[in-house]
Every structure is written in C-alpha cells, then in structure tokens.
Design a protein around this ligand. Structure first.
Ligand code: AMP
Length: 557
C-alpha cells in the first residue's frame, strides 16, 4: 500500500468481496481475459490502423519489459499526458504491468498543473507527446524537470528533446534480451492509477483508484450501458478523463470484448463519416459536442443507423436536447452523472421516456449508499433538494496525500460530499445545481478559487470574484468580476494574455471581464457570488436578444 492512500475500512472491503463487487482481479487481468477469449477480435481502431486483442496484448507485454529495463518499478508514480491514441492504451497497460501508477493528466494541462502533479506525486517520469496543437511539450518538460527533483525520465512519443527518452523507439523495439524478467504480480487492492479531481480549491487533487474498485467501476457501468462483444465505441473526449476511460468508456469496452474506435477530433466532419464507416454503436459525448452535432448540416447525410446509444456526461443536458438527440440520431439517449471520485448514476436504456429525458439516472451499483442531506447533515425526505453524499465499493475514501482536504470532502463516517444539489424521487436522482464554487465548462470543471488566485497576481487587480456565466454551447463559461487598482485600465485581452503566460490550462481562462467598483456583500461579509452570477446571466441574456444591439461575448467594461 502506498503512503498517502486511504483504504476502505476492513469491514467494508470484506463486504464488497462477499457481495462479488470486488473480484480480486487487476485491470491487466481483466484485459487478458478478453485476449484469451477472442484474440482475433479487433480491440482498437485509429485511422487505418486496426489492432486485435492478441496484438494489443503482445504490444503491452513488450513495452512493459522495456519499461522494466528503464528502471520503472512497482508503486513508482508517473505523470501520463498522452493524446487519444493506440499508444495511450499500450502505455497505460504496460505501466500497470510493472506496477507503476500513472497520474492521468489531461491534454489541456500546462506547466503549472503538470509541475504540481509531478511534485505532489513525487513522480519519477513524465510521458508526453512531442508537439500537440502547436504546443511543444518537450520544452515544457525540460522546464519542469529543473524544478522537480523526483523526476528521472521524460518519455516522448515522437521526437524526444535533449536528454529525453524516445517512447516511439521503445514501442518499436524488439523484446529485450532479458525478456524473462519477472514482472511483478500485483495485489488487486493496490492503487492502479490516479485520476484528477475537478476540485474547488487550488489545483486538482489526485484520486487514487485501486484495481478492485476500478475493475468494478468499468464492469458495472458498462453493463448498465448494454456493452457486449458487439459494442463499437467511439472515443472522442480525452481518454485520460474517468468518463471516457472507464465510465463505461474504453475499459468498459475491454471488459466485454468490444471495439474502441479513436476519433481524431470531435467535429461533425470527422465524427459522422467515422461513425458510418466503423458502424459505431455507442458514443460517450458531452454538451458542447452534442450541441455542435445537432446543429450540423452534415447530420442526416451519413448512415448512422448502427448507433444504439448516445451518452452524455460531465454536465446535465436539457430535456429538449435529449429529445432531439433521440429523434435526430434515432437512438436511445443515456445520461451519465458521475465523478472521478467514484459514484456513477446512469439512466437505464429501458427507462420510460420521462426518466430518460429528465433524470440524472440512478446509481449503477446496489452497493452505492446514497444520502441527500441538509446543511446540518440530516437526511431529507424524497423530493427535497439537498447535498448528495455517497459511500460505496468504487467511491474512494480519500484523496492522495491530502489529509486536510479529506476532512472537508468527507463525513466522519466516510461519505464523500459530491458538492451537487440533488433530489431523489423513487430512487432516481435529479441534479438541480451545485453547492461547490465550481464552473462546469462543458464538462471541464474549473475551481473559482484557483482562477481567482491567478487573476490576483495581475498588478492591475485589487480584488476578484470568478463566477459561471451561461453559454449555449458549453453550458457555462468563466466570467471574472474585478475591482481594479486605482488608475489601472484592465482589458479582457490583456488579462487573458497575462493568464496564458502563467501556463495554466486554456479552458480555465476567463472569457468575460466585468470591472466593478465593489462586490455585493452578505451581512456576514462574504461576497454574494449568486448575485454576481445572476448579474452576468442577465447581461448575457440581454445581449442575445436582438433588440439590445450588443455583440455577444463583448467585454462590458
Ligand atoms: P468530474 O469528477 O470532474 O467528472 O466532475 C464531477 C462533477 O461533474 C459532478 O459532481 C457534477 O457536478 C458534474 N456532473 C457530471 N456529470 C453530470 C451530469 N450528467 N449532470 C449533472 N452534473 C454532472
């Protein structure tokens, strides 16, 4: 067990095993079972490349031996920031074969976040691509390495920089001479990987997921989504995120022996022809994608009749759009309300229309203990809105090395506070809002506090409050209310350039700036965020109405 991991108490672990939730197999073994069952079945498709289960297994074994040769050892942590690709899958499972724990960074993360993950996890290696979307990850890695004493190696997919290792060469290499090296056998209770929280404070926290809990997470969510050997899944959102990785995602596909097709991007021009060509049966999408796809002229020009399920996750989709999904794509809509910390709540494919089109589903496991509570932690009756707290066989008991954050994030008896305002009716959940100061930009979670800290570093800012503003495509975007320093004339463009210079993920950077003289304050002296949210929502609505004559998204300051 690694230090800083909070295990499930023994009596819970025993109960989860007894109930058959934990089957004591590792993620690697889960995949090996499918390799043995049908080696010739296609596991992965990317562009013109098709990889069978047997070939995938061979690639993983060969790379694991290379990693072992490079000195990677059980419980070592590494930060993995690779784009969606066949290599992503091979690297992930090869690391796990060595008992190495990957921290799953997203492609959008930049120096500030990656440096933090490496230092916080004492990572010994960082895995990246040479360049992506015009950004040079190798140069960033060199800068980070200078400030991260634990970091021994940088593995680069593509052309490595000076002193960096070529991941591509390792992938292409023959099995090393010491091919018989004994790779370790792993405890299924060990931490397999770490996901990132969409946390409210500071930089994302690390969520340690064990083999046992994550194998169950995949299997249970995939069975609720009707996965089987005939599933052809389109991976279009970042695979490093829990939703596309395992909820049910690509690992859910591997659990049942289906095929994963990797899309180069999320545009209708790429996605629709690919869906037709590969006869996609299920796609896990999110609001911005769904809105774009529904609005595309291309919808209707391709044969998408293979599609059985279109899933939405990350943020709630409105009933109207769910209805349009079912009509326009001639498929079943499935809502997935979940979190990297654990709980997954999904509507069922055979639910009546009112549930499919309005609810946030119900928990995927009978072992999920759900409570809806008021501010004092008292259980609320059905139908009343309160905070959702949860405990269960795949909801973690704590963040990695974060004892103080854990006190705030959990009740003393181990329920995780989701931070969502939810009501429950006949076992179905309905997300009604949020209690945490978090912005949900099309599924990407942004901590208001984190962005405020960056904005405050600007010399022209005296005080700042960051809130969500409504957006038709992303659901929410970031708006910064700023009290400027006397004489400072801050503009949105200048603020954005300044924040980009702080090397944070682009999706966190405010897309609207409101300069104010003061903030509305509660009698207790707290900034009334709700009032600011309402103010910007009204402004956005006014600008959208043609009568206003204003340009949408313009800076009001
Ligand atoms: P993350 O762990 O980053 O995926 O964020 C989890 C949070 O995303 C949840 O606590 C919710 O606030 C939000 N969320 C995810 N899926 C949904 C959904 N289908 N409906 C409403 N909120 C969602």
């Amino acid at each position: 067990m690694i230090e800083g991991f909070v295990p499930w108490p023994d009596e819970f672990a025993r109960a989860y095993r007894a109930a058959g939730y934990w089957q004591d197999i590792s993620l690697g073994e889960m995949l090996e079972r499918r390799i043995d069952a049908h080696p010739d079945k296609i596991a992965l498709v990317q562009d013109d490349r098709r990889v069978s289960y047997a070939q995938l297994g061979e690639k993983i074994d060969a790379l694991a031996l290379q990693f072992w040769d490079c000195g990677l050892r059980p419980t070592d942590r590494v930060v993995m920031q690779l784009p969606n690709s066949i290599e992503f899958v091979v690297v992930f499972f090869a690391l796990l074969r060595c008992g190495v724990i990957p921290v799953m960074a997203l492609p959008a993360h930049r120096r500030t976040e990656i440096g933090h993950f490496i230092r916080h996890a004492d990572a010994v290696a960082y895995f990246c691509v040479d360049r992506g979307r015009g950004f040079d990850f190798r140069a960033m890695a060199t800068e980070i390495a200078a400030e991260a004493p634990s970091l021994r190696d940088v593995f680069v997919l593509g052309e490595p920089g000076p002193g960096q290792r070529s991941l591509s060469a390792l992938l292409a290499a023959e099995t090393p001479a010491n091919g018989s090296a004994q790779l370790p056998s792993l405890s299924p209770d060990a931490v397999a990987l770490m996901l990132l929280s969409g946390g409210t404070t500071g930089i994302p926290k690390l969520i340690p997921r064990t083999h046992n809990d994550y194998v169950y997470n995949c299997r249970q969510s995939a069975s609720v989504a009707g996965f089987d050997e005939t599933t052809v899944f389109l991976a279009v959102l970042p695979m490093a995120h829990n939703y596309t990785l395992a909820s049910p995602g690509i690992f859910g596909v591997f659990t049942f022996g289906g095929t994963v097709v990797i899309a180069a991007d999320a545009t209708p021009e790429t996605v629709f022809p690919l869906m037709e060509r590969e006869k996609i049966t299920l796609v896990s999408a999110a609001i911005p994608l769904i809105v774009n796809w529904l609005n595309s002229d291309l919808l209707g020009r391709y044969d998408l009749s293979s599609l059985r399920v279109l899933m939405n996750g990350g943020a709630k989709l409105t009933t109207e759009l769910r209805r349009r999904v079912e009509q326009r794509f001639a498929c079943t809509y499935q809502e997935c309300f979940g979190t990297g910390e654990g709980l997954l709540s999904m509507s069922r494919l055979d639910d009546p229309e009112d549930l499919r089109l309005a609810s946030s589903g119900r928990p995927v496991s009978p072992g999920d203990e759900i409570r809806i509570v008021d501010e004092r932690g008292r259980d609320l009756p059905d139908g009343e809105v309160g905070e959702l707290i949860v405990r269960g066989p795949y909801t973690v008991r704590g963040y990695y090395k974060a004892p103080e954050a854990n006190i705030a994030a959990y009740t003393p008896d181990g329920f995780y506070r989701m931070g969502d305002a939810v009501r429950r009716v006949d076992g179905n959940l309905y997300v009604e809002g949020r209690l945490k100061d978090l912005i949900n930009r099309g599924g990407e979670k942004i901590s208001c506090e984190e962005v405020e800290n960056h904005v405050l570093a600007h010399a022209g800012v005296r005080s700042v409050c960051v809130v969500a503003m409504p957006d038709t495509v992303f659901g929410e975007k970031v708006c910064a209310f700023v009290i400027a320093q006397p004489g400072a004339a801050l503009k949105l463009d200048e603020l954005r350039t300044f924040l980009l210079g702080r090397q944070i993920a682009k999706f966190k950077i405010p897309e609207r700036l409101e300069i104010v003289d003061e903030f509305p304050i509660s009698p207790a002296g707290k900034i009334l965020r709700r009032e600011l949210r309402q103010r910007v929502a009204e402004a956005v609505a006014r600008e959208k109405s043609p009568a206003s004559g204003a340009m949408p998204g313009q800076q009001s300051a």
